[in-house]
Design a protein around this ligand. Structure first.
Ligand code: PAF
Length: 301
């Protein structure tokens, strides 16, 4: 059973006992005999995508800490903060089975003791902050960067593990560490998918049977753009065919799909491309009824 740090003081106790100062990077720490700490930040409602992050951390760090905190600051007032799935007992059982050493499970009151307004926050730069996800969720990355910096300061990990499923979030966190000189190695982990290609996400729990059947169309649309690029099709034509396919499948399933974006961008800057140049990433966001899903495929060459 992991140690449950459900307050900042309990986390501090556990962290101090580990005797592994933050300013050692992972390699120095290992060479100096201090235990390396791997960190997996989550909002709970764990699935195999999260457990893959834990497995990766377990394989290369001496100790593994998972945080579970549904961060209100990254949800807009119109979003699903209050109904976001909260499944602590089940999450804890999964983390126990996965051999996690510590679960950090703080309260909102301790994480935001002065509320959410008027606090110092981290504003990621453009275009990372305001394109794609940022265009549809204007305060999202400020909320994510701020909570991740707070978590890093409290946990002081050597390595932190993030899924490529939230590709833009991963780039924001890499920029956060680079620009603020945080001594944390960010380890990207490939998206884990269901057998039919649907990217694993806590929000998949909102899908009813019909929407669940249609949802893999996001992944097939992404793959069709990648295949078109390999076949020498122009980028604009590849996107147009993928959008048509998505629309056709939604009509056939008699479901309403609001495509928010399907774009091809440079894989490290997220600048939109008008022709296929490596490395690129194809990203999609769509609402199936009220359920908003995102996915991406990275092509590095
Ligand atoms: O990806 C998530 O689950 C969240 O955005 C994160 C990184 C835990 C910050 O709240």
């Amino acid at each position: 059973m992991p140690y449950i740090a459900d307050s900042l003081s309990k986390l501090k106790e556990w962290r101090v006992a580990l005797n592994s100062p933050w300013l050692h990077d992972g390699q120095d720490a290992a060479a100096g005999g201090v235990p390396t700490l791997g960190f997996v930040p989550t909002m709970g409602a764990l699935h195999d995508g999260h457990l893959e992050l834990v497995r990766r951390a377990r394989a290369s760090c001496d100790k593994v800490l998972v945080s579970i905190f549904v961060n209100p600051y990254q949800f807009a007032p119109t979003e699903d903060f209050s109904k976001y799935p909260r499944t602590f007992e089940r999450d804890l059982a999964l983390l126990t089975e996965a051999g996690v050493d510590c679960v950090f499970y703080p309260s909102e009151a301790e994480m935001y003791p002065h509320g959410r307004d008027g606090i110092v926050s981290v504003l990621p730069p453009s275009p990372l902050n305001d394109t794609l996800e940022g265009a549809f969720r204007p305060t999202f990355f400020r909320g994510v960067a701020t909570i991740v910096l707070k978590l890093f300061t409290l946990v002081q990990p050597h390595r932190a593990y993030f899924g490529e499923k939230d590709y833009q979030q991963l780039l924001v966190i890499e920029a956060l560490c680079r620009d603020l000189n945080l001594p944390v190695e960010i380890v990207p982990v490939q998206t884990v998918r269901e057998a039919d290609g649907l990217a694993m996400s806590s929000r998949n729990a909102y899908l009813d049977v019909e929407k669940r059947q249609l949802a893999p169309v996001l992944h097939t649309s992404l793959l069709s753009v990648v295949e078109a690029s390999l076949a020498g099709v122009e980028l604009a034509d590849a996107l147009q065919s993928a959008k048509k396919r998505l629309g056709d499948e939604a009509r056939a399933a008699e479901l309403e799909v609001e495509l928010q974006y399907l774009s091809v961008c440079h894989a490290t800057t997220l600048e939109p491309l008008d022709r296929f140049v490596l490395p690129f990433v194809v990203l999609v966001a769509a609402k199936l009824g009220e359920v908003r899903l995102i996915d991406n495929v990275v092509v590095r060459g």
